[in-house]
Design a protein around this ligand. Structure first.
Ligand code: ADP
Ligand code: MG
Length: 250
């Protein structure tokens, strides 16, 4: 883990962000800061608003109130495709790949989200990125011919091919066994060493402690903890709202 005092400037700042769907307060007043170069984790029970928060940052979800700042500039009103140009990329909670295109084509789609002037430069990196995340040998296959774990790697490749400054990962290891999870954890750590700032949603608390530099926890749309991993998982409100519930479910 990285000592936060030695880390970079604020990259993303959320101030009082709320996303309501009719009467559902999916996200309700979240204020947080993410600094350049760190891996952040977001914990919370199902329905606590994690995916909606990621959607707020990418501007896929309309903000009910609050503001968003990227690298010191307000982007609250930018449309989603312009947020991608800023350098924000995400993977989704469920696999979203195009089944009748090759793995390589799917990764290339990540280049299409870039500013026109940068596409050529990054198109040349598709093969390198596939190599990087361990899917080069599957380049010509269809996504459906790959294991679930490999499909998730294709999504990560698609998200990083444009070298985003912020990578949002929504449960990238859901449905994986422990070994596969460890491998993804290692991949995320190695991406960190290349300078990718990341926000990871993940239910495996041990993985969160091992991989993340800093944790956030949500409950019912609100941020209930924000700090060093060990202190967040020891936090009483987190234990009561989330970890206790997990133990009961087990
Ligand atoms: P999490 O990712 O933590 O499981 P979500 O962000 O998916 O939680 O959901 C938070 C709450 O918002 C849930 O009550 C969910 O049903 C609701 N919600 C999410 N997306 C929508 C939507 N598009 N329309 C209506 N309600 C939604
Ligand atoms: Mg979710």
């Amino acid at each position: 883990m990285t000592d936060e005092s030695s880390s970079g400037a604020p990259l993303v700042e959320l101030t009082d962000v709320a996303v309501h769907f009719g009467g559902v307060r999916a996200v309700d007043g979240v204020t947080l800061t993410m600094r350049e170069g760190l891996i952040y984790g977001l914990l919370g029970a199902n329905g606590s608003g994690k995916s909606t928060l990621l959607g707020a940052v990418t501007r896929l979800n309309r903000l009910t109130r609050g503001s968003l700042c990227f690298d010191g500039a307000d982007f609250t009103k930018l449309p989603a495709h312009r947020v991608a140009h800023l350098g924000v990329a995400r993977t989704f909670q469920t696999v979203r790949l195009i089944d009748d295109r090759s793995v390589r084509d799917n990764v290339s789609l990540g280049v299409d989200t870039l500013d026109r002037s940068r596409r050529k430069e990054f198109a040349a990196r598709v093969d390198e990125v596939m190599e990087r995340v361990g899917i080069a040998e599957s380049a010509r296959l269809r996504p459906t011919e790959l294991s679930y774990g490999m499909q998730r790697r294709v999504e990560i490749a698609r998200a990083i091919v444009g070298r985003p400054r912020l990578l949002l990962l929504d449960e990238p290891t859901a449905g994986m066994n422990t070994d596969e999870r460890d491998e993804i954890g290692e991949l995320l750590r190695s991406l960190k060493s290349e300078g990718f700032t990341q926000l990871l949603v993940e239910h495996d608390v041990q993985m969160m402690v091992d991989v993340c530099d800093h944790l956030f926890a949500m409950n019912l749309g609100e941020l209930i903890a924000d700090g060093a991993p060990e202190s967040v998982i020891a936090d009483r409100a987190v234990r009561e709202s989330y970890l206790g519930r997990q133990a009961n479910d087990a």
